[in-house]
Each structure stands twice: as C-alpha cells, then as structure tokens.
Design a protein around this ligand. Structure first.
Ligand code: IPE
Ligand code: IPE
Ligand code: MG
Length: 246
C-alpha cells in the first residue's frame, strides 16, 4: 500500500503528557487536560497548510477507562465542549469532524454532540479530523476480521476498509503516514495498529499542552526528509538498476 508523494498526508498524534504537565506545576492532572484542549485547536489550525489532509488525534483509549472516575468525567466533558464550541469553526475552515472508536459506552449527551458535529461538518473538504475516543487498534482489527468470509478473498486495501468501518471511520481513509507522540514515551499504546504498517514515527519530548503548530511543522519536515522504501531498495540503488538484482 505505497502512497504517492503528491497525496495529502495522514498524520496521527498521540497526545501524551497532560498529567505530567500539570503535576510539574503542582496542579491537578485535570488542569493538564484542559490545557491539552488548546493544543488540539493549534494542531488542527496548523495542519492544512502543512499538506495534512487527514489528522487522527488519540484523545481517549479503550484502556483509559481504567483511570479514576473524576479524570474520565473531566476528559469526556472537555471533549463534549470541544465539539460544541469548535463545530462552527471547523465548518468555516472546511474541517470535517469524525469520531473513531466505540460509542456505546459514551453518555447520550456526548453521542449527540458527536453526531451534531459530524453532520454540521460532513462536507469539509480541507481536512478530515478523526478524534479517536474509546478507541482500540486491536479491537478495530478484530472487528474487521470478524466480518471476513472464508469464500471471499480480501486484499490489504479491502481489509483496511473493513478496519476503518469497524471503528466508524470513512472506509476510504488511507493508512497513516506519520505518527507523532509527545512526552518522550516511545510506544503506540494500541493506536492505528493495522494502518501504521509503514508509518514513520516521530517522538518528541514536549508535553502535549505545550505542543503547537511550529512543532507540528518540524515533525512533518523531518518526515519529508525520510525515504520510504516499503521493503524496496534506497532510491540511489534503484537508479543504478539494483532494485531487481539478487
Ligand atoms: C494524555 O495525557 C491524555 C490521555 C491519555 C487521555 P496523560 O493523561 O496520559 O498524561 P501523562 O502521561 O499521565 O503525563
Ligand atoms: C495513550 O496514552 C492514549 C492517549 C494519548 C489518548 P496513555 O498515557 O494512556 O498510554 P500509556 O498508558 O502510557 O501507554
Ligand atoms: Mg500518558
């Protein structure tokens, strides 16, 4: 599933470090989540000019339910107010909002806010903003596999569509090109596992509330300097005709 260099980029962001940002300032962890919402706005604003056409933000993992009830409730409240406040802005800027993940464990009010935002922004042509909430990459793969039929062959592209459907994404969403994780942690934590087969990974020390458009630009620039080989040879070897030699 190699991508053409002229296609828009799909960037995934693992927005980590809100708790540590707050704790470093003697504040409750939930303050960090509040400041994290501002960083989301900055990333969404900066993305289209950097050639990003799909932006997937990891907002709440299926495993984040293990956190204290108060923290979960603050996170859900922030998500709801983000959707209510930003849907008009997003619509104006041509940003289409979509939620990927399970919805059956979310409150009815939050589900309403999601559906309203999705409907209001559905024609947004500039950026597809996917918010991953109650999301698990393993569950998406399991959901896709459960729909397979032994008598119907399925190639990688077809399976990707099924993975997208299993998490309520637009089925045509491409694989992720670049995954950025903030806060110095270097793992995927169940994010876009099938879609990231050939993703480039960028890990930055910055804690999520301090992340901004300039850091997003630097990460994309670092991505553009890399050579994606998809199992082939470096382009210099290709030019020398070595690609198909043993
Ligand atoms: C990311 O920040 C937000 C969510 C996972 C919801 P964290 O809350 O994980 O912050 P740290 O990792 O504890 O600093
Ligand atoms: C991953 O961060 C999930 C989100 C950013 C929403 P976590 O902080 O939950 O991940 P782990 O527990 O450190 O792997
Ligand atoms: Mg964390």
């Amino acid at each position: 599933m190699a991508r053409s260099p002229n296609e828009g980029l799909h960037v995934g962001l693992i927005m980590d470090g809100n708790g540590r940002w707050a704790q470093a300032r003697g504040l409750p962890r939930t303050e960090g989540h509040g400041r994290g919402a501002d960083a989301v706005r900055r990333a969404v604003e900066a993305a289209p000019a950097l050639g990003i056409t799909t932006l997937t933000l990891y907002a709440f993992s299926a495993d984040n339910w293990r956190r204290p009830a108060n923290e979960v409730s603050v996170l859900m409240g922030l998500l709801e107010s983000f959707l209510v406040r930003e849907r008009t802005n997003c619509r104006r800027r041509g940003v289409r909002i979509g939620l990927i993940g399970r919805r059956d464990r979310l409150s009815p009010a939050l589900v309403r806010a999601i559906e309203t935002a999705e409907l209001a922004t559905r024609d947004g042509p500039r950026l597809y903003l996917r918010l991953a909430v109650d999301y698990s990459g393993r569950s998406a793969i399991l959901g896709a596999a459960a729909g397979l039929r032994a008598d119907e062959p399925c190639d990688e592209r077809g399976f990707l569509r099924q993975v997208n459907r299993a998490c309520h994404s637009d089925p045509e969403t491409p694989p992720v090109d670049l995954i950025i994780r903030t806060s110095g942690e270097q793992r995927l934590s169940d994010f876009l596992l099938f879609e990231s087969a050939y993703a480039e990974l960028v890990f930055v020390e910055t804690l999520w509330p301090d992340f901004g458009g300039e850091e997003l630009r630097r990460a994309v620039e670092s991505f553009r300097r890399r050579e994606r080989r998809y199992g082939g040879l470096p382009s210099t070897s290709r030019r020398l005709g070595l690609q198909n030699s043993a």
